[in-house]
Design a protein around this ligand. Structure first.
Ligand SMILES: [Zn+2]
Length: 483
């Protein structure tokens, strides 16, 4: 087994991973703000954290993984200005703020399940922790001050503020100063809200009494409070999208330092996944938002093709999202599933215990070395693909190796069959029964050597987005079509 190495954003270096407690590796991941459907770029973060958890478990460590749900406090502007995203969505959708949060939390969890992302040990919801946030705010009183709009954190009271972002206050280059609009009474551009007082109490749907007046917590507060509550003052790994490296995570670190009175950041390793980028912008919705899982489902692309796409790139690299890349990932997944399906027919249902040969050992060692190298999934994936068909291994052994590797990659190969990948596109004009009937008619025509009719049926099906596959037991496939 190769020792696990992870890239720590805080030191900008690859570091050996040494658990604080090998019996319980503790991981915190920043979760979604549930004011809208999460787009595919957001979902990349959870495929990344899921891969991380799976790798930690592969290495033999039990994992406690906490993901938060932000249902209050995240403003439309990154500065401490603008509306609360949830309250704004509630007004637009004519729902209560609580219903908006419940609706998009449920959709988010459904999307995770479709991507075969394992649920964390604990979902931690911001509004369930208001009392914890208030007592946290009281305890860090030495680092806060009052301004007309609420309680603010003084970033000069902690050592090396902004180091995670690669800046420090001393060099006059505090994180993204340009984006932080002026808030009356704020002492430094990088200071941020711990508690925002309601301008007119009773107008907001989500507000609570506090020592600083009726209002709501600032967005950054919840993650410090909930990570410390469930994982302790110093835990193993904190993850998030790379956008959090600039403001949200430096602010969490500052709060943690004020809380513990030390220079420790709260997590031994800070990890960030890179963006999903779209150069041609062809797949974006007309509304300007990024594509969601529904964009893929509507086109007839199985959600796990998106997981496959994510695995083909290292999590720290930008991943280009395009129709070609999605289709290539879908084809790659189909090939793999077809090979695994074939393999499954070659093994006994009640398999005897597998003796692992030297060849299989080598393959597993190579796989281990790839994932131990900062989760290098693009190198691990081809090893799984070659294991499925490796002639030198008996079928039972191949199945054993494939199952082990897929516990890390999460493509659900134990259950997925080729028919599952035949998703009906939203624009389809035929139902499968109609297609089968047409194919039977075509069969009859061919038997009678009536090739004109046979070709006409084939063309008709092609026009309806159905690809006829002569000589294939499945007979037909939907053509993927992006509206
Ligand atoms: Zn967070």
């Amino acid at each position: 087994m190769t020792a696990l190495t992870l890239f720590n954003s805080y030191t900008r270096a690859l570091e050996p991973f040494v658990p604080l407690d090998p019996a319980n590796v503790r991981v915190y991941s920043c979760g979604p703000t549930v004011y809208a459907r999460q787009h595919l770029g957001n979902m990349r973060a959870y495929i990344f954290t899921d891969t991380l958890s799976r790798v930690l478990r592969w290495k033999g460590w039990p994992v406690t993984h906490v993901i938060n749900i932000t249902d209050v406090g995240h403003l439309t502007s990154d500065a401490d200005a603008g509306d609360d995203k949830i309250e704004k969505a509630a007004a637009a959708e004519k729902l209560s703020a609580w219903d908006v949060a419940a609706r998009y939390t449920a959709l988010f969890k459904d999307d995770l399940a479709k991507l075969n992302v394992q649920p964390p040990t604990r979902w931690s919801v911001a509004t369930d922790h208001i009392a914890d946030m208030i007592s946290f705010g009281e305890r860090i009183g030495g680092s806060t001050y009052d301004a007309p709009s609420g309680l603010y954190f003084d970033t000069t009271t902690v050592p090396d503020y902004g180091r995670l972002a690669g800046h420090s206050v001393d060099d006059g280059n505090a994180p993204d100063v340009g984006r932080i609009e002026t808030v009356e009474g704020k002492r430094h551009a990088a200071d941020f809200a711990i508690w925002r007082r309601s301008e007119e109490p009773g107008k907001r749907q989500m507000e609570w009494p506090s020592p600083w007046g009726i209002g709501a917590p600032g967005w950054h507060l919840e993650c410090s409070v909930m990570s410390i509550k469930y994982l302790g003052e110093q835990f193993d790994i904190h993850t998030g999208g790379i956008d959090h490296r600039e403001i949200h995570h430096p602010n969490e670190i500052a709060q943690n330092q004020a809380f513990t009175g030390s220079s420790k950041t709260g997590a031994n390793i800070w990890m960030h996944n890179n963006f999903l980028v779209e150069r041609g912008a062809k797949m974006s919705k007309s509304s300007g938002g990024f594509a969601t899982l529904d964009t893929l489902l509507d086109a007839g692309v199985h959600p796990l093709a998106y997981r496959m796409l994510c695995l083909t790139a290292h999590y720290r690299s930008e991943l280009e999202f395009s129709i070609d890349n999605v289709l290539a990932a879908l084809t790659r997944l189909k090939r793999l599933v077809i090979a695994v399906e074939k393999l499954r027919t070659q093994i006994e249902p009640e398999m005897p215990a597998v003796t692992v040969s030297a060849t299989a050992h080598t393959l597993l060692d190579q796989f281990d070395a790839a994932i131990a190298n900062d989760l290098m999934t693009p190198e691990a994936l081809p090893l799984l693909e070659s294991a499925v068909t490796m002639k030198r291994l008996a079928a039972a052994e191949r199945w054993h190796v494939v199952r082990l590797m897929d516990r890390v990659l999460g493509l659900d190969l134990e259950r997925l069959v080729r028919l599952d990948l035949r998703l009906r596109p939203a624009a389809a004009t035929l139902v499968p029964e109609e297609i089968e009937a047409k194919l039977d008619a075509r069969q009859t025509a061919r038997a009678a050597r009536d090739f004109a009719t046979s070709d006409a049926i084939r063309d008709e099906l092609a026009a309806a987005g159905v690809e006829v596959m002569d000589g294939d037991p499945l007979r037909w496939e939907w053509k993927v079509s992006f509206g």
